[in-house]
Design a protein around this ligand. Structure first.
Ligand SMILES: Nc1nc2c(c(=O)[nH]1)N(C=O)[C@@H](CNc1ccc(C(=O)N[C@@H](CCC(=O)O)C(=O)O)cc1)CN2
Ligand SMILES: Nc1ncnc2c1ncn2[C@@H]1O[C@H](COP(=O)(O)OP(=O)(O)OP(=O)(O)O)[C@@H](O)[C@H]1O
Length: 199
């Protein structure tokens, strides 16, 4: 079993080692897998905008697909507060103005704020995930704090270029499991155990 710290290092490296061509085709396959997910019941979809220097999966084609085929879905993006690792959520529309923060994340400057309680679908950035849907992020707990404020039924859908690993060694009581993870090859379902962590 590997620790989150080891996995962070390993998967950061794996992403950086992808060629531009590999990355492009993996991103295309992620879009094709995403298109298999039923979205008719979704009202508010939270998305992350990729940190390009870390080679995160590209969410822009996914966002464009949702805008075109599910125009009723309200897209939501966040600003991160690094003093308490919280996030503020804003509606994404054609007027949204972005500023790239010091970590290379494009963030909305202002706009209509949305409460986490109404968000019913979250696209989750990750470095790695395990066979039970536990995830490894950058280690600040932004998403675990965010999930704790959302409804139990909210879909938490991870996006990863790579397949799951065996169990993460240092799961903790704040870990909120994913409901699904999308990889270029397939979609993993982790059932709907609400926010039950069973770490
Ligand atoms: N696209 C995207 N947005 C996101 C996240 C994410 O993973 N991806 N986050 C998910 O939580 C939050 C931001 N999380 C972050 C947490 C830590 C660092 C950070 O410490 N960066 C350092 C060192 C990075 C490293 O370990 O190499 C740096 O840039 O100096 C950056 C972002 C919210 N928004
Ligand atoms: N709901 C929460 N309330 C308070 N602290 C939390 C909460 N969720 C996570 N934390 C803390 O945040 C820190 C980072 O968590 P962890 O190592 O699990 O991050 P991670 O899995 O890499 O995820 P993330 O992408 O969210 O940073 C831990 O010290 C954890 O205790």
């Amino acid at each position: 079993m590997k620790s989150k710290k080891e996995l962070r290092q390993e998967f950061k490296m794996k992403r950086c080692q992808l060629s531009k061509e590999d990355e492009e085709s993996l991103n295309h396959e992620l879009l094709l897998q995403f298109q298999k997910i039923a979205l008719t019941k979704v009202s508010y979809m939270h998305v992350f905008l990729p940190i390009q220097k870390y080679h995160e999966p590209n969410t822009y084609p996914i966002i464009n697909y949702v805008k075109e085929f599910f125009p009723k879905i309200i897209l939501v993006v966040s600003r991160s507060n690094f003093s308490d690792y919280s996030m503020q959520h804003y509606i994404l529309d054609h007027q949204t103005i972005f500023e790239t923060n010091e970590w290379g994340i494009p963030e909305p400057v202002a706009g209509v704020e949305v409460s986490p309680s109404v968000i019913d679908f979250i696209l989750v950035p990750l470095l790695a995930f395990d066979v039970d849907g536990h995830r490894v992020g950058y280690g600040k707990g932004f998403y675990d704090r965010f999930f704790a404020l959302c409804a139990l039924e909210t879909q938490r859908v991870g996006l990863s270029f790579f397949d799951p690993i065996g169990q993460i060694a240092d799961r903790n009581e704040h870990d909120v499991v994913l409901t699904k993870a999308i990889t270029p090859n397939r979609i993993y379902n982790f059932g709907t155990h609400g926010r039950d962590t069973s770490f």
